[in-house]
Design a protein around this ligand. Structure first.
Ligand SMILES: Cc1c2[nH]c(c1CCC(=O)O)Cc1[nH]c(c(CCC(=O)O)c1C)Cc1[nH]c(c(CCC(=O)O)c1C)Cc1[nH]c(c(C)c1CCC(=O)O)C2
Length: 340
């Protein structure tokens, strides 16, 4: 197996930074559309052979150092009773938003059987990978999943979510505790099925104040990480907002913190306890630019991280759907040829 990714996640020395990219199995690839045009997004997630086909696209076409399960962070919300759909151009929707104590009480926490398809997909993917590179499993963090359940859709300002948190904190906490319980069990299901690493996505944590982050996000991530059957499985904690929240994130004891692009990555790493690796943190918009510009920015990051064990190259957030495939391929080829 190519162990670059796992070595870096365990803060061991590597000859070059390993590379994978958030949202690497997605719409910027024409081959994704060939599949997407035949099935709905949720059909793709729930059919293990198709989920495996999509997971393998960036493995085969880009040669990344780690694969990530093809699924979505919102499937936990669906399993708990959310009526989830994905519509082209609209994004995710929960048709029955969760806004009252009654709504929260109606959510089902004994729902792991509804996520069995993910375990099946993981087994098919591991057969296809055949030990070549590690497979990353993932879940959404409770705050980010709660925001979709409460708003019913993507939101810019999280107005309803914050109103619930601030006016009815006991209801918000009940909801978060339920999501956290399901999420820990769901991640343990993925570990049992054979993933080699876990990433927790708290994409919208940056909307929170320092105190609210601790109260409504961090403590549930801490609880999830404490409840994982980690054994030799590194845990990556990602949020947009990590430039600010990294010192808090570290206290949940992840093995890796995935950093957005606002901060200097070395400064973040040096402020963390020894043994926590960092992942990141190229601004994904750089991948729209001309190739010499892409190369310059990657080199700048690598020079800054020279001599540091525990560095995984990634973007500060996911690849946008209209980033040219050719630029992504160029960046990955460049990184794979790089040596310290
Ligand atoms: C916030 C979030 C979601 N989903 C996810 C996050 C956290 C990561 C991040 O912040 O980018 C995580 C996710 N979603 C998807 C993956 C698969 C693996 C990968 O390639 O990274 C992962 C890891 C597939 C997907 N999830 C989705 C698609 C697009 C579906 C389509 O083809 O129409 C894919 C490939 C749909 C989705 N799912 C979500 C949104 C907001 C949307 C619609 C808007 C958008 O597309 O960005 C919720």
């Amino acid at each position: 197996m190519n162990t670059l990714f796992l070595d870096a996640a365990w803060s061991k020395q590597t000859e070059r930074p390993p590379v994978w990219m958030m949202r690497q199995a997605g719409r910027f690839m024409p081959e994704y559309w060939e599949i997407k045009n035949k099935y709905s997004f949720l059909e793709m997630c729930k059919t293990p052979e198709i989920a495996a086909d999509v997971t393998m696209l960036p493995v085969d076409l880009l040669g990344i150092d780690a694969a990530i399960l093809f699924c979505d962070i919102l499937v936990t919300g669906e399993a708990m009773g959310g009526d989830l759909s994905f519509t082209q151009g609209v994004g995710p929707r929960f048709a029955n938003p969760v806004r009252t104590l009654k709504d929260v009480e109606n959510l089902n926490v004994d729902c792991l059987d509804q996520l069995e398809y993910v375990a099946d997909a993981i087994k098919v993917i591991q057969q296809r990978l055949n030990g070549s590179i590690p497979l990353i499993g993932f879940a959404g963090a409770p705050f980010t999943v709660m925001s979709y359940l409460v708003e019913g859709a993507s939101s810019k300002d999280f107005k309803l979510t914050k109103l619930l948190m601030h006016n009815h904190p006991e209801v918000a906490h009940k909801l978060l505790a339920k999501i956290a319980k399901v999420t820990a069990e769901y991640l343990n299901l993925q570990i049992a099925a054979g993933v080699n690493a876990i990433q927790i996505f708290d994409s919208w944590a940056l909307a929170l104040s320092w105190n609210d982050y601790q109260e409504f996000s961090h403590r549930y991530i801490q609880e999830i990480i404490a409840n994982l059957n980690r054994k030799d499985i590194p845990v990556i904690s990602f949020c947009k907002g990590s430039s600010v929240f990294a010192p808090i994130m570290a206290t949940a004891k992840p093995d890796v913190i995935s950093v957005d692009w606002n901060a200097d990555l070395l400064n973040i790493k040096q402020a963390l306890p020894a043994g926590i690796a960092v992942q990141g943190n190229l601004d994904p918009h750089i991948l729209y630019a001309d190739k010499p510009v892409i190369k310059k920015h990657i080199l700048q990051l690598f020079e800054r991280m020279r001599g540091e064990n525990g560095f995984i190259f990634n973007l500060g957030h996911g690849i946008m759907p209209d980033i040219p495939f050719d630029n992504v391929k160029y960046a990955i080829d460049f990184i794979k040829e790089f040596r310290y």
